[in-house]
Design a protein around this ligand. Structure first.
Ligand code: TEU
Length: 541
């Protein structure tokens, strides 16, 4: 199977894209209505967050039926219409597969609870819990009915981890993927897929700051090879990405190197933890540029050397908006948005755009905790209060870190609810929608810059295929890298600060061609002054 390295992915959180039924919740018909907009942007693949039946405790990542559509979002006929219409626009779909855990409302869990031993072996049941911590707070084990046993839930208590050691579980999971393949789906995003392979004997994990015990186990690679062979590996074309929690370069090379027959590419999150104090998410700290630059270089070079492949992204449905984290957004929203875009779209890997990023959307700036709905934020707020924070301090942290920051309704125009819905949306629209919306931004500098980056990746093989090499490693302001292919070179300079930076340009590059910049640049000299958040890419043939 091969995937196309020129392609760019656009992520849609269906619940928040476009509501056509007037119930305040986005739906599949809403996405269909926006396909021409996406075609204009130029993207190739749409990753859809889960739209399967689910009690929505974790917004659909708690799946209660893997092969149906949640009526909240529409019907199977709507899905088929979406897939067909997208194809007409040259766009493929990528579905989100949550195979590590299912909702406790799934019939497997219900049958297990009712005492059926066949289904009890679908879950991870133990007589005594380990000290593992749930990603959403508290211990990761909960009593399994009144059996005296405990079931594992690495996420919410209603998300029970599945036992991949059981061949029946694997069979069921392969069937799920094949069900969607039979509907013509060629792209898959596998949720926390490096957590599926649990050891037979589960050990305590007192050092939680490091890599948790249950991550990247050797058997995980075996399961991915089996999944590949039993499903998507049989397709000629497609795009398969795995989301990796707390991972490392050697494992990611193995997951994504074509010779392993596991996945096409991997997401890692290290670069989105450079504003965590001591590795802890619920803290406030300005981002550490040194750490960010070093991570990008180490991963870029490591994946390049091992022939692995990364999914490149700044935003997703679990992250606050990158503009609020990495940019002086009050003064340089446009420059910051375009620089961040170039820093990944010209790099080695497949770029992902999260809905609204292409118009420079920012965090909603809610005034009260009552506006937040995410289970993780609500739990974290309680834990912050229990740890002695005042309600103002706790709210300030939630405002900066909540996953709801990215899940607010897509901002289409300046009308009420941002043109997302005629009803009160399930999550309030961000404060800035009257100014930042598709109607005003579509001909503006951010959207058109994204169009240009997407076009360039299709035109220049060096962007899609070239190797990655760190450049200007000593710079404390500029993240720079070089791409190389068949003797051609591409230098990309990204100023991550709100101030001018002087740089010495190597003699040979002064004779290069300016490929793209977010400022007007007409000439190159051996001394360059990069403006605030300037990006500048130079090709040398
Ligand atoms: O997220 C996995 C996860 O743990 C992420 O929160 C990631 O580690 C984090 O962003 C790094 O800071 C996936 C889904 O994307 C998320 O929405 C689900 O809640 C979760 O799995 C459980 O299915």
């Amino acid at each position: 199977m091969t995937f196309d390295k020129r392609q760019v992915v656009y992520q849609i959180y269906p619940k928040s894209y476009k509501d056509t039924t007037g119930n305040g919740i986005g739906d599949l018909q809403g996405i269909i209505s926006k396909l021409p907009y996406l075609a204009e942007l130029g993207i190739d693949v749409i990753w859809l967050n889960p739209f399967y039946p689910s009690p929505q405790r974790d917004n659909g990542y708690d799946v209660s039926d893997y092969t149906a559509i949640n009526p909240l979002f529409g019907t199977m006929a709507d899905f088929e219409e979406l897939a067909q219409t997208a194809k007409k626009h040259g766009i493929e779909l990528m579905l989100d597969m949550v195979l590590n855990h299912c909702s406790t409302e799934h019939e497997w869990f219900q049958k297990a609870l009712a005492g059926d031993p066949f289904y009890q072996d679908f879950f991870i049941l133990r007589d005594a819990p380990t000290d593992w911590v749930s990603k959403f707070g508290g211990n990761a084990w909960a009593p399994f009915g009144d059996t005296g046993k405990y079931y594992l839930h690495l996420f919410d208590i209603t998300q029970a981890d599945l036992n991949w050691r059981n061949p029946h579980v694997r069979e069921e999971m392969f069937k799920v993927v094949n069900f969607w393949r039979d509907k013509g789906v060629k792209g898959f995003r596998f949720d926390v897929i490096n957590l599926i392979g649990k050891d037979e004997v589960l050990k305590d994990n007192p050092n939680f700051d490091g890599k948790p015990e249950y991550t990247d186990r050797p058997i995980n690679h075996d399961y991915l090879k089996m999944l590949n062979a039993a499903s998507f590996g049989q397709d000629e074309k497609g795009m398969i990405v795995g989301e990796m929690s707390f991972t490392d370069i050697p494992n990611c090379v193995q997951y994504s190197n074509p010779d392993s027959h596991e996945l096409d590419m991997v997401f890692n999150f290290h670069h989105l933890k450079v504003d965590y104090e001591n590795g802890q998410k619920w803290t406030l700290k300005p981002f550490d540029f040194e750490e960010l630059k070093t991570l990008f270089h180490t991963w870029g070079e490591g994946m390049s050397a091992g022939n692995g492949w990364s999914a490149l992204f700044w935003n997703n449905h679990d992250q606050p908006r990158a503009l609020n984290r990495f940019v002086d957004v009050k003064n340089f929203r446009t420059e910051g948005a375009t620089m961040l875009a170039a820093s990944i779209h010209l790099s080695r890997g497949t770029p992902y755009i999260y809905m609204g990023e292409e118009i420079g959307m920012i965090d909603p700036d809610y005034d009260t905790m009552a506006d937040y709905v995410d289970v993780e934020s609500i739990n974290a707020y309680q834990e912050l209060l229990e740890a002695g924070k005042t309600s103002e301090e706790a709210l300030a942290i939630i405002k900066a870190k909540s996953r709801d920051n990215s899940r607010t309704p897509m901002q289409w125009d300046a009308s009420e609810n941002a043109g997302f819905s005629t009803a009160t949306p399930w999550l309030k629209a961000g404060k800035t929608y009257a100014a930042i919306n598709v109607a005003t931004e579509k001909t503006g500098p951010i959207f058109t810059f994204y169009q240009e980056l997407i076009r360039l990746r299709k035109e220049l093989p060096i962007i899609a295929e070239g190797d990655y090499k760190a450049a200007y490693q000593d710079s404390d302001k500029v993240y720079a890298f070089e791409r190389q292919l068949d003797g051609q070179r591409l230098l990309v300079l990204n100023n991550f600060f709100a101030e001018e930076v002087e740089m010495a340009l190597a003699e040979e590059f002064t004779k290069g061609q300016i490929l793209i910049s977010n400022y007007d640049v007409t000439a190159l000299a051996d001394t360059l002054i990069l403006k605030p958040y300037q990006t500048l890419a130079i090709v040398l043939n």
